[in-house]
Write a protein that binds this ligand. Structure first.
Ligand code: 13P
Length: 214
């Protein structure tokens, strides 16, 4: 039988959940994934599920305004996924993780919260771009949706204070690749530590932005 687009997306969520878990970018029941379907409904991982052991038939389905349409109860953070989709027409998938190095960056004091990782490499600039820090609200707090929505207006990647990163992509593979790049840059940031670093120059960044517009 021919696989429907929804079945394909359900399988992709399970596949990438397992991949992130196997790469230790997700642990316990931390993190959530979602995909926006062509009819505007959203598939999202159920609350308290492990990304490593998802069941395609039990993924939650919600409407664009958050009504639970099917599957297990949705992630308590489905509301911030919806906020990003509402703000970014091009977003077709969202990944939220508690990946160690990115979370560590989210716990530091930052003089400039508009961009909390330096442009160390071309791929960070091309994939992630500027990474704003979103103020702290407890997981599940609806006020987080407003703060996320504001950041999503100008950014496809952001870091929740004392919590973790959110990335929106044009597909799930796109969002996962951006997330992996973000985590690797956070790792490099701590690896370099206090040594005098040489981030990319403004001219190099402008050249990349012109060559690879997002
Ligand atoms: P959910 O299990 O409700 O998706 O929450 C996980 C999480 O990552 C909280 O930040």
């Amino acid at each position: 039988m021919v696989e429907t687009e929804e079945e394909r997306q359900r399988a992709e969520i399970v596949r990438f959940g397992a991949l992130l878990y196997d790469r230790r970018l997700a642990h316990g029941s931390a993190g959530n994934l979602s995909v926006r379907l062509a009819d505007g409904t959203i598939l999202v991982t159920p609350t308290n599920s492990s990304l490593g052991f998802l069941d395609p038939a039990r993924l939650s389905k919600v409407s664009a305004d958050g009504e639970h349409l099917g599957g297990d109860p949705p992630s308590k953070e489905a509301f911030f996924h919806l906020a990003v989709y509402a703000e970014r027409e091009s977003a077709a998938a969202i990944v939220h993780l508690h990946s160690t190095h990115s979370v560590a960056v989210s716990c530091l004091c930052h003089a400039d919260s508009s961009n909390v990782l330096p442009p160390l490499t071309a791929y960070h600039v091309m994939k992630v771009g500027k990474l704003p820090l979103v103020p702290y609200f407890r997981p599940g707090d609806r006020k987080l949706a407003d703060a996320v929505r504001e950041a999503a207006r100008g950014h496809h990647a952001m870091l929740l204070s004392n919590h973790g990163p959110i990335v929106a992509g044009r597909s799930l593979v796109d969002a996962v690749q951006i997330m992996e790049e973000l985590e690797e840059t956070a790792k490099l940031f701590f690896l370099i530590g206090d040594r005098p670093a040489r981030p990319l120059t403004c001219e190099a960044i402008e050249e990349l932005e012109a060559a690879f517009p997002s």
